[in-house]
Write a protein that binds this ligand. Sequence first.
Ligand SMILES: NC(=O)c1ccc[n+]([C@@H]2O[C@H](COP(=O)([O-])OP(=O)(O)OC[C@H]3O[C@@H](n4cnc5c(N)ncnc54)[C@H](O)[C@@H]3O)[C@@H](O)[C@H]2O)c1
Length: 280
Amino acid sequence: MTRMGVMGLGTMGSGITQAAIESGFEVVAVEVDDAHLSSGASRIRTGLERRVKSGKLSQHQVGGLLSGLNLSTSVSSFADCDIVVEAVFEDASVKAAALSGISGAVGPQTIVASNTSSISITSLSRNLKHPENFIGMHFFNPVPVMKLLEVVRGYLTSDATASAALDIGRRMGKEAVEVRDYPGFISNRVLMPMINEAIFALMEDVAGRDDIDKVMKLGMNHPMGPLELADFIGLDVCLDIMNVLYSGFKDPKYRPCPLLVNMVNSGKTGRKAGAGFYQY
Ligand SMILES: NC(=O)c1ccc[n+]([C@@H]2O[C@H](COP(=O)([O-])OP(=O)(O)OC[C@H]3O[C@@H](n4cnc5c(N)ncnc54)[C@H](O)[C@@H]3O)[C@@H](O)[C@H]2O)c1
């Protein structure tokens, strides 16, 4: 049986854990303290209950799946893992400390993956004793539902690590695609400039908010318009990723729209703040 470690049981870590136990993996989840562990565990239970309600799992199966979940506050619990997925805050120094802790706890064969959405896998690999075993596994929220897994090969990632990560992703029921480590990978490199351009169009009064979203929903068959999607993702996250693209490529086509900057500075960061392009 594959034994997976997950570091950080926030939104993504709890989703990754749920998807992994549903796929028959044994999971060791590590958080900073007991309070974070228990809120992560209750998010996982709620996620599994939702699967029962939608008929994807039986109540009986839930108990069995939860018996494959081990909770810990010590990184040493990762010792026997085949793979450890890091899902801590999107902050390079927090990730550096987390990854060097993982690297010190696991064996020389263990694959270490980061769920970062924008930090360079190659730069993070400097915190690992075995950078050839390190790779990006970029899952999407909510993990149990979203089909895509972007597997990001760093400059030093070995072929064996890449094929093992693709295989684990497929065993978790994901459509895994392999991309190379350049700013924004594929997902954010394509998505964020589209959102940023929609914000420029709004700032320049080319059309109003609702009409910009309507063009993309009805004309391009997108389920959400770009401004609504930006609110959903969080305008601060969108700005951070535009800045990653801008500084990574040194190309002015990625400059963040000044309206986006103003909205973030004003605290109107989207749905989670109660206001962004729309009111919530
Ligand atoms: N939220 C999304 O939609 C999304 C999508 C794709 C990727 N990501 C990426 O996933 C990662 C996690 O994002 P999130 O939204 O789940 O964040 P989150 O804030 O919900 O969770 C982060 C968790 O990490 C824990 N943590 C921090 N330091 C730790 C440590 N040293 N050891 C153990 N646990 C630690 C925190 O206590 C917290 O519970 C980020 O890199 C983010 O960019 C997020």
